[in-house]
Design a protein around this ligand. Sequence first.
Ligand code: HEC
Length: 141
Amino acid sequence: MSIKRQVWVAAVGVFTVTGAMLSFAVTEQEQQIIDRIKPVGEVCIQGKSDCAAPVAAVASGPRSGADVYGTACVACHGTGAAGAPKLGVAADWTARIAQGEETLVSNAINGIRGMPPKGTCMACSDEEIKLAVQHMVAGSQ
Ligand code: HEC
């Protein structure tokens, strides 16, 4: 190997190493910029490997009565706020249960006196309200 060639190889080596170090430093900075300016959403074409795993599909079918109760009803029916019959207090429920489930469910859906329609859970389906009513009734006898 000639001296010239050795110098050349060494120079390329130095360049490569420095280049790698430099490009690393820049990349980190660039990455921060990229992160800051990246779009809030990305189109993900199904089957493409560069997409993040798709968000798990929301389970179809109604949420459980306990779930609905825990998010939409507990605020009043857990505390008795505004005179709401409390879950687990049989005395609050006996006369109401005597009306029959259909009436209870329809009152829960349409509202009655201090009970707002669907307990204000407009995203709740009628079926979910029914399951929540059944959950409350089952836990209050
Ligand atoms: C803002 C407070 C509030 C929320 C939230 C609420 N309720 Fe009520 N609920 C009441 C009150 C107050 C009553 C009693 C109304 C009355 O009979 O005067 C009541 C009564 C009821 C009754 C008895 C109705 C009857 O015919 O006696 C059912 C069933 C019921 N609520 C179901 C639900 C369900 C299911 C949810 C959640 C999806 C819910 N409520 C959320 C306040 C609330």
